[in-house]
Design a protein around this ligand. Structure first.
Ligand code: CMC
Length: 436
């Protein structure tokens, strides 16, 4: 017997089993032969919320949560944020290597070529209520793109897949900007293909009557850095939704819409919007200790704190703090930063937060920058969805090309009734009586 095995004794039967260990994991299906009798289904593993289950092999993003390390395709996030543009990083995340000059130039052209939306998509967006949440508009419009590009269903053709990937990355800022202008009642602005990815997005957001929009280069670079930081984050809730929906061979627009819907929740990407609400509720630095005490006593959570994987400072939060300083030199300091910094200081000294290893995550400071740039909090998660589309698509492709993957279909432990006696309607007891 080699060292890389796990020996299990089933005390119900006194049988011994030896399971191979590979990459620090045992296969859940290797437990199935462990039975009490031949009719037994076999032993399952029970892991609500995937606390300790690897659902795939992946070579896209590496995280060491204890050391606060994040790498895309082996490159530290700090290096990529300092030296690359978002589209360069998108190429890396999707194809595994950084592009050379020629590759980058044609990649940028390909994405730019796909920034326009079909006029019918524009009309579709005009139908949303004036006060619709921009994230709900984004999710619905991305799903609606499946009606514009029905050939996207042909997911087994690599060139067709690549076309949809380019379209989604190109169109995401256009949809995001339209949802923003829609909520303000402003006319939509068409993309300007002379501009960089981030600057063009700013153009579609903020151009008014000037003939050509000129983005502030510091703000455009800050947005680009924020996009880099949000490009992928391995098997998070929305990436898992993308893989799960994609595993049924749904088309990429519908799978991306599902992933964006997962992102919208306040425990995931929606946390950045919640952070701002929380800072508003706190109101001033003096109120911070009382707020932290309230959370420690079990009333609510500190939004923008904690992470399933990071048990150390989120490396993205550090870069965001640095980026915030650059942005504030242009926009003026967002006074919420002082409350946030005080909150971080007090929480990091507090026993509860220390013991639970709760540190600021990516969402803690990003909203403060976005607000200083002029975004309403409802737009914050949309700003997360634009770059994360790259990660979703990379995860989707990897899943489709992985020979071990099948339709995602977990097992359950059934806890309900069995073989009940059917009662005719006149004999049924009201639910309010049986389950008061
Ligand atoms: N404030 C106070 N207590 C917390 C917090 C928090 N933000 N986060 C976790 N805890 C406590 C939690 O109450 C639990 O305590 P106990 O063991 O005593 O019952 C313990 O820490 C473990 O929490 P958990 O909910 O089991 O941990 P999880 O891995 O399931 O949740 C999380 C991770 C991110 C959902 C959670 O930390 C949280 O709700 N944070 C606030 C929302 C947030 O900032 N989300 C953004 C995450 S990062 C970016 C992204 O994913 O989009």
């Amino acid at each position: 017997m080699t060292q890389d095995t796990l020996t299990i004794v089933d005390n119900r039967t006194n049988q011994t089993y030896s399971l191979p260990i590979e990459n620090g994991a045992v296969r859940a299906t290797d437990f199935r032969p462990i039975k009490t009798d031949p009719r037994d289904f076999g032993l399952m593993t029970y892991d609500p919320a995937f606390m300790n289950t690897a659902s795939c092999r992946s070579s896209i993003t590496f995280i060491d949560g204890d050391r606060g390390i994040l790498e895309y395709r082996g490159y530290p996030i700090e290096v990529l944020a300092e030296h690359c543009t978002f589209l360069e990083v998108a190429y890396l995340v999707l194809f595994g290597e950084l592009p050379n000059e020629t590759e980058l130039k044609s990649w940028m052209q390909e994405i730019t070529h796909h920034t326009m939306l079909h006029e019918n998509t524009k009309k579709f967006m005009e139908g949303f209520r004036h006060d619709a949440h921009p994230m709900a508009m984004l999710v619905s419009t991305v799903a609606a793109l499946a009606t514009v590009y029905p050939e996207a269903r042909n997911i087994h053709d690599p060139s067709n897949r690549l076309l949809q990937i380019r379209r989604l990355i190109g169109k995401m800022p256009s949809i995001a900007a339209m949802s923003y202008r829609h909520s303000l009642g402003f006319p939509y602005v068409y993309p300007d293909n002379d501009l960089s990815y981030a600057a063009n997005f700013m153009n579609m957001l903020w151009k008014m009557v000037e003939p050509k929009y000129a983005a502030n280069p510091v703000l455009a670079r800050a947005l680009d850095i924020l996009f880099i930081l949000h490009a992928d984050h391995e098997q998070n809730c929305s990436a898992n939704a993308m893989r799960s929906v994609g595993s049924s061979h749904a088309d990429p627009y519908l799978a991306t819409a599902a992933a964006a819907a997962a992102l919208s929740g306040p425990l995931h990407g929606g946390a950045n919007e919640e952070v701002l609400k929380m800072l508003d509720e706190i109101g001033s630095r003096e109120n911070v200790p009382a707020y932290v005490k309230k959370v420690r006593e079990g009333h609510g959570r500190l939004m923008g704190f904690g992470h399933r994987v990071y048990k150390n400072y989120d490396p993205r939060a550090k870069i965001i703090k640095w980026t915030a300083e650059q942005v504030f030199e242009v926009t003026g300091r967002n006074p919420k930063l002082d409350i946030a910094m005080e909150l971080e200081r007090i929480a990091l000294e507090d026993d509860y937060f220390v013991q639970h290893k709760l540190y600021p995550n990516v969402d803690f400071y990003s909203g403060i920058i976005y607000q200083a740039m002029g975004f309403k909090p409802e737009m914050f998660t949309v700003l997360f969805a634009i770059p994360r589309t790259v990660g979703w698509l990379a995860q989707w492709q990897e899943m489709l090309l992985d020979g071990e993957q099948k339709i995602a279909r977990p097992r359950q432990i059934y806890t309900g009734h069995r073989a009940r006696q059917f009662l005719p309607i006149e004999k049924r007891v009201p639910l309010a009586v049986t389950h008061p």
